[in-house]
Design a protein around this ligand. Sequence first.
Ligand code: SPV
Ligand code: MN
Length: 620
Amino acid sequence: MNSLSKLIGDENYSKLEELGNPHVMRIVERYVRLCKPAEVSVITDDPDEIAYVRELAIRNGEEMRLRMEGHTVHYDGYYDQARDKENTRVLLPPGMRVSPWIKTIDRDEGLREIHQLLDGAMRGKEMLVRFFCLGPRSSRFSICALQLTDSAYVAHSEDLLYRTGYEEFKRLRGSSAFFAFIHSAGELDERGCSKNIDKRRIYIDLIDGKVYSVNNQYAGNSLGLKKLALRLAVYKSHQEGWLAEHMLIMGVHPPGKGRVTYFTGAFPSACGKTSTAMLPGNTIVGDDIAYLRIDEEGNARAVNIECGIFGIIKDVNPVDDPVIYKALTTPKELIFSNVLVVDGVPYWLGMGRELPKRGINHSGEWWEGKLDEEGNPIPPAHPNARYTLRLRDLENVDPRLEDPEGVIVEGILFGGRDSDTNVPIYEAFNWGHGVYVGATIESETTPAALEKVGVREINPMAMLDFLVIPVGKYLSDYIEFGRRLKRVPRVYAINYFLKHEGRYLNDKLDKKVWILWAEGRIHDEYDALKTPVGYMPRYEDLNPLFREALNKDYRREDYELQFSLRIDRLLERMRRIEAFYGSEPDMPEEFWKIHNQIKADLKALREESGRSMVPPSYFE
Ligand code: SPV
Ligand code: MN
């Protein structure tokens, strides 16, 4: 008997051996020896083994059953409710450069530290060894991923969110071309939450294609396949000439036209990405991460590397998000996290009904008025509370979700949480300008990361936290990607959050109209107004769309207010863009050319019109 089979038992060993992959064997052996779990379970694609993981999460207390069939709840630690930017670092070898805001640690030093933290981290626990496929099976887009974790919640979540990939690993034929993720929640407290949060670490080894994550549970920190894999994919795609993006993919179905047009869309976390992907009347391919490649005919094609949703539950209610609300209130396999639970029923902020005054939430037993250690009132549910479910359990799932060729992307949306600058939607003049639009998304920070909320920041393609290559190189890749395309997607700047005198100017479902307008533009159905920032919709086109899509009266004065160019605001933003990108050495030349042109045109417009806010009628 060899040493690994002695260590993990014959049954586990033979499952590994069947893959014929010495790299997998080596990684498993190394981390079983280091993490010292009491037990190991190698999980294949067999439904019984997958069910074992689901049951284990209940048995070990990481999830509790709720009243509705298939629903469970999971709690992360009170201080582990979002992505941990401070402790997420790229392991930096000499000579490598990353984007300036990405945290790094010397590679040798980081590897030493993380391996010390992993030493014995799984004592008394069970290590799960899991195989997944990022992307549809048998697809040139897809990447195999190995996950070692001592959290059944992590492994169960990944079952809802990703395709299992044991059989895909066999197709690797022994190659090392897969990502590997080593996660331990570390020592747990009486609620089953990670105890040593001061020793939380997420270290990303770009060179070796591995990510190490310890002393945390929140999915954005712990699930290897989500944002940890995105960072590895950004590095890999840069080397190989494709794009790894923080993007939804959706099929837009204009009523009565009998066609579907696929869009991708990048929005910073908690800025309407999932709501867009789940808009009534359309179909969802994905809501978070897409890989884009160019096909032989020169089309941009995209796949969703996930097959589930880890969505923000706050503000999901029957009026604003009817499709999601229905999905959350019908029986299916579904994990709620960090919501309020009373008598086996989940409650969340903004669900459109009054919440109970006591129950169980992310702080343990909760009552109205309860304060945390710092004296802050604890809300009934966390603003970053989430739900996890499978796309195939939704009635609006797009039939192309598992298509190994992906879908042809004809439109791209870029949006942020912007209360005072951008109009609700405009179209970029061309690809280069579209890249500029994506690179200059500006958004107010949200509870999806552990940082101050409401601070304005530039967030290139909503990738700020994941851009492990220099931003100038990333943007040059984008420009180059467009140059190689024969059919270039149209690009749209979109903003759901514009306010006037403290009040939102749009209802949440108005986004339906903006997207139908964009879709119609792609099919040459609408004219547009040429402005210095891009092409804007005409009232004549939006008004009937509001009527048909929402049965709403769209008043001209609402249009005028929403679509006025706020020149001073736009110029202020341009100064922030200059500060943000000014010291980046690798910026594509085209970026500054476009920037300077828009700036000159805006100044000329202010001069010529004598106004700082120019209504759309000015451009007719
Ligand atoms: C996001 O915050 O962008 C998410 C959730 O999609 S996670 O990255 O997993 O925290
Ligand atoms: Mn995301």
